[in-house]
Design a protein around this ligand. Structure first.
Ligand code: ADP
Ligand code: MG
Length: 384
């Protein structure tokens, strides 16, 4: 039986509404590892007030005021998670809202960004005991669907794929590389498995198996390549009735992305990006940086076409989508440079919001003008 959610309620924050992209940027510090400790590493990162990140290398730890004046030593984000943060803390602050929005037809994406070993896969996939954002998002999704007794109306499909060396592979059904095609719905990977999910129980096993199918470094077997991007796409389809009782199909898509290691691929300006283009650097990661730069600069043309990753994310990045970046960092002073680069990149990504907000304001003007015109017509009718 079809839910009689009014079209109005469904389109609140849904596809095709007021629009304007929104990006939230978070930082997650992981605990120092045994290996780092054994190598004599010291902690060089301090998280203060759940937002501020201080890099304390070669500086007194508690001298925050002085660090604030040093370039590249102090950053502030929508939230910053200390090494004691739980998977649930991270999920509920970063992604829970996006799950809610996706249930209303608004696309969203969550990226984990950072150097190899910084905690991206832990954050996204996690372990059996401590499942990460991917698993918690699906769990939350099903519980929200049940709560509202939307059952039978909402259909959930999962796809899990990898981009490695500009080759797209199906992680749920390994085999030949997939070809990207453009159709009415946007860019799709032809033949990609769309696993219909009914509950959370099967999901962790499915994703863990999928993760084992990720490309491993040829030289170091069993170790997932740091150049592999894993993308989980959760597609929710449902039907709503509009005011004249027409049945409309709606789709919301949430993309959860465990990016390749960001080492050697960090660039926040176009010139550096171009000079890296020729080198043997992860093309998809560079293309993602270019898209983010274009979004930051408020460009009309966003170069999604430049890589497989950005093509796949075309409908989930920018535009009316919710975007979340989680920058993962290690606390070790031995990773100081990488950590600083990651924080710079994340700091830059933050700027997209301001631009999107401006565009949003501009769009409001003609809208309210037509609303006003409508109101005037209605009043004229009433006065007749
Ligand atoms: P990446 O995917 O960025 O290369 P991983 O997620 O594999 O890094 O993390 C590297 C190691 O650190 C793994 O052994 C992982 O279990 C551990 N780790 C990462 N983040 C955390 C965390 N928040 N709490 C506990 N262990 C973590
Ligand atoms: Mg990883």
């Amino acid at each position: 039986d079809l839910d009689t959610i009014s079209e109005k309620a469904a389109s609140k924050g849904g596809s095709g509404d007021d629009g304007g992209s929104r990006i939230l940027v978070f930082v997650r510090l992981r605990p120092i590892s045994r290996k780092e400790r054994e190598a004599g590493a010291r902690c060089c990162v301090k998280i203060v007030d759940g937002r501020d990140v201080y890099l304390t290398e070669f500086a007194t730890e508690n001298d925050y005021l002085r660090l604030k004046r040093l370039r590249g030593r102090h950053f502030t984000f929508d939230a910053s998670f200390p090494d004691t943060a739980t998977q649930l803390d991270v999920y509920s602050t970063t992604t829970a809202e996006l799950v809610e929005a996706v249930l209303q037809g608004r696309n969203g994406s969550v990226f984990c960004y950072g150097a190899t070993g910084a905690g991206k896969t832990y954050t996204m996939l996690g372990t059996i005991e401590n499942p990460g954002v991917m698993v918690l998002a699906i769990k939350d999704l099903f519980s929200k669907i049940r709560q509202r007794s939307f059952d039978g109306n909402h259909v959930v499909h999962l796809s899990y794929l990898e981009v490695y060396n500009e080759t797209v592979r199906d992680l749920l059904s390994p085999g030949r590389p997939l070809v990207l095609r453009e159709d009415k719905q946007g860019i799709v990977a032809a033949g990609l498995t769309q696993y219909r999910a009914y509950s959370t129980d099967e999901v962790m096993a499915l994703l863990q198996q999928g993760n084992l199918n990720r490309t491993t470094e040829p030289t170091r077997c069993n170790e997932t390549s740091s150049r592999s991007h894993a993308i989980l796409q959760v597609v929710i389809e449902y039907r709503v009735k509009d005011s004249s009782n027409n049945i409309l199909n709606r789709v919301g898509k949430l993309s959860l992305i465990d990016l390749a290691g960001s080492e050697r691929a960090l660039a926040t300006d176009q010139r550096t990006l171009r000079s890296l283009e020729g080198a043997n650097i992860n093309k998809s990661l560079l293309a993602l940086s270019s898209c983010i730069n274009a979004l930051v600069e408020g460009k009309k043309h966003i170069p999604y076409r430049n890589s497989k990753l950005t093509q796949l994310l075309k409908d989930s990045l920018g535009g009316a989508c919710n975007t979340v970046m989680i920058a993962n960092i290690s606390p070790s002073n031995l990773s100081f440079g990488e950590t600083q680069n990651t924080l710079h990149w994340a700091d830059r990504a933050k700027e997209i919001r301001t631009k999107a907000y401006d565009a949003h304001e501009e769009m409001q003007i003609p809208d309210s003008e037509t609303d006003q015109a409508k109101l005037v017509l209605e009043l004229q009718k009433e006065n007749r």
